[in-house]
Design a binder for this molecule. Structure first.
Ligand code: TXA
Ligand code: MG
Length: 354
């Protein structure tokens, strides 16, 4: 299949015909990749079983891993979910449109192909103008996982989508770099106390300010393999560059010293280092890739692109700083640790005592 390309930008939007073309493809069962404020999504008609199957096939995604339905106005909830609690209503008012996904019991009109066989359905209303216009024009809820090959880092630029899906889907909308760069926060609203199944830009504290206590899915915390995360997608190996990655956690100078020491064990072109603008000049040996700036809080935005670039560099091992000091650290560290296969070294002070 030949993949078509069109553009959207925040100043000029789409040309009208372009948006119509993309919406037509969605309505007739085809697949369109589009930018959202979090990451690029791979969209198909969420009420069409065949479209859902095509999404799984294009991504190489296990079919028990459910998709998120994207809507452009709250009236669309009717017909896809069974009921909306008062708490969910408050969260929608506070954070929609925006990077928050809510899980409800599904209406029977939503096919099990979309929900990976579950009786619940995940719904999100993105704030990205191009995404909203597309969903509005399509007139159906759009099922959209991140537009990457299953297991690879989520795409934050159209060229990442092209790398993974060119020739496999009908159309790619190039909307430049996305703003947030990490996927939405997922909250399970079917429990008495809402449960965070995936941390994101909207933090636990922000949610608790609106609705009181919420819980973190115990399957996300620590590396206890006996606890399975409740969002099926969180159990898969994910975001992973081809090379083995280790994260070093500790006081900054110690981390830099340890990474330099480890890097020396490899030829410079075979060792990757994941660093920040602030620390880039501290590494004389190895292929240094910058996720972003700690001071400007751009690490989350640049993380996935940085992980992808290690594959292009062809390094054999990756040594990464830890980013647990950022205000969005829960979401950033969750993705980083998955990319590293939970491989972390804590640098205790005692290790360096003379
Ligand atoms: O920001 C985002 O959420 C992006 C953009 C495109 O909107 N989408 C995204 O979709 O990240 P995806 O498919 O890559 O991740 C969806 C996650 C998976 O971990 C999946 O298992 C979980 O949501 N999920 C979906 N429906 C669920 C349900 N009914 N119950 C539990 N987890 C669910
Ligand atoms: Mg994904």
């Amino acid at each position: 299949m030949r993949t078509e390309y069109i553009r959207w930008d925040s100043k000029n939007g789409y040309t009208d015909k372009d948006c119509e073309r993309a919406a037509d493809i969605l309505r007739s069962g085809g697949l369109v990749a589009f930018p959202t404020e979090t990451v690029y999504g791979l969209g198909g008609n969420g009420l069409d079983k065949e479209a859902a199957r095509k999404i799984y096939r294009a991504k190489g995604r296990p079919s028990d891993n459910p998709l998120i339905l994207h809507i452009s106005h709250t009236e669309q909830l009717e017909g896809i979910v069974r009921e909306v609690s008062a708490t969910a209503g408050k969260l929608m008012k506070a954070f929609w449109p925006g990077p928050m996904t809510l899980i409800f019991y599904k209406d029977e009109r939503v096919p099990y192909e979309t929900t990976g066989g579950l009786d619940t359905v995940a719904v999100r209303m993105p704030s990205h103008e191009g995404a909203r216009q597309l969903i509005e024009q399509a007139g159906v809820p759009i099922a959209a996982p991140s537009a990457n090959t299953s297991g690879r880092p989520s795409p934050t630029r159209a060229e990442h989508v092209r790398e993974d899906l060119d020739g496999k889907i009908d159309l790619i909308i190039d909307g430049g770099s996305v703003g947030i760069g990490l996927e939405s926060t997922i909250l399970d609203m079917t429990e008495e106390i809402p449960v965070i199944l995936r941390p994101g830009f909207i933090t636990k504290e922000m949610i608790e300010r609106e609705v009181g206590p919420v819980r973190m899915d115990p399957g996300l915390i620590g590396s206890d393999a006996s606890r399975k995360p409740k969002a099926p997608g969180m159990k898969y190996r994910h975001y992973a560059p081809k090379a083995q990655m280790t994260v070093y956690e500790g006081e900054s100078e110690r981390v830099i010293a340890k990474i330099c020491e480890e890097a020396e064990k490899y030829p410079s072109d075979k060792v990757g280092i994941l660093a920040t603008e602030e620390t880039r000049s501290s590494y004389p040996h190895g292929q240094v890739v910058i996720a972003g700036s700690r001071a400007k809080h751009t690490v989350g935005q640049g993380l996935f692109a940085a992980l992808r670039s290690f594959d292009h560099l062809g390094v054999e091992v990756i040594l990464s700083e830890s980013f647990s000091d950022d205000e969005k650290s829960e979401a950033i560290m969750n993705r980083l640790m998955k990319a590293a296969g939970q491989h972390i070294e804590y640098l205790e002070e005692s290790e360096y005592v003379q």
